[in-house]
Design a protein around this ligand. Structure first.
Ligand SMILES: Nc1ncnc2c1ncn2[C@@H]1O[C@H](COP(=O)(O)OP(=O)(O)OP(=O)(O)O)[C@@H](O)[C@H]1O
Length: 269
């Protein structure tokens, strides 16, 4: 990874390569609320990028606009130079997405869902069959498949995993994953990390959103901290966290809400 101090605080890295992911003045209002306030971000190819921020910071709104799920009020989102809103078909070929609160067809098994998804993506039938079997095995969903378990009967973590499998199936160049580790058990989390690392090692780029600073610190080589719809820091992990931890930097930028002596005194009374 490049270590470019100009990448701090929203300034783009100087690298000439087309970014894997770029947001330019991306903005979204809901009535009179500004959820995402004209943000700029550039993520070089091969990055493992973490988007962190407190609840309500605008992470899901920004990522939803960036992958073509939510129309921006203003600005642009580009995937490997392709404008997601001007050329959605080309952009979506490059993109694998795990959205927040993914709506899945509940009456299909995981295998049926992947088969349907692969055909919808116009992949050859044999490729879909091979990748489906492999993904179900690696993500430990094969036993549920053998039992005929429907996606509607999946646990929250299993739903995350099948969602990730749909994002990977067409072998995209960029993965955008909203809270991929949420509700995933530690063993599955290791498998997920191994998959994502293999993906970046082979030249793919990953964007994850998370609240878990230690996880982002362990996984990501680039980070942005967002709060109140604005990017407060952006750069390599070392640039953003400086001499302390990412959590220290996060708290310093975002602020804390301390529990006062007189708050919630009725608890345990
Ligand atoms: N459909 C909507 N209608 C109105 N306001 C919305 C809508 N979606 C999001 N918001 C508001 O936009 C802001 C950003 O929300 P968003 O879900 O993007 O935050 P987030 O960083 O993903 O939060 P969390 O970490 O809690 O998931 C919040 O104030 C939220 O209330």
């Amino acid at each position: 990874m490049t270590s470019d101090p100009s990448a701090l605080d929203g300034a783009p890295p100087r690298s000439g390569a087309v970014p894997a992911f770029e947001l330019v003045g991306l903005r979204r209002e809901f009535a009179d609320k500004v959820a995402v306030d004209s943000i700029d971000l550039r993520v070089p190819p091969g990055s493992f990028f973490g988007l962190v921020g407190p609840n309500g910071a605008g992470k899901t709104t920004a990522l939803s606009m960036a992958v073509g799920l939510l129309r921006p009020s203003a600005g642009r989102a580009l995937v490997h130079g392709v404008d997601v809103w001007a050329d959605p078909i080309a952009a979506k070929r490059l993109l694998g997405v795990l959205p927040d609160g993914l709506a899945l067809p509940e009456r299909l098994t995981g295998g049926e869902l992947l088969t349907y998804w692969g055909r919808f993506r116009q992949l050859p039938a044999q490729t879909v069959a091979d990748r489906t079997a492999e993904l179900l095995r690696v993500l430990e969903l094969d036993e549920a498949e053998q039992l005929g378990t429907l996606v509607g009967e999946y646990s929250t973590g299993m739903r995350k995993k099948i969602g990730l499998a749909t994002a990977l199936l067409h072998s995209p160049r960029l993965l955008v994953l909203d809270e991929p580790y949420e509700a995933v058990d530690p063993v599955s989390a290791r498998v997920l990390t191994a998959i994502l690392r293999r993906f970046t090692d082979s030249g793919g780029s990953v964007i994850v959103s998370s609240h878990v600073m230690s996880l982002v610190e362990q996984l990501c080589d680039r980070v942005a901290i967002i709060a109140r719809g604005q990017v407060l820091a952006d750069g390599t992990l070392d640039e953003v966290r400086g001499a302390g931890t990412l959590e220290d930097r996060f708290v310093e930028l975002v602020g804390t809400t301390d529990l006062a002596e007189e708050d919630l005194t009725w608890i345990g009374s």
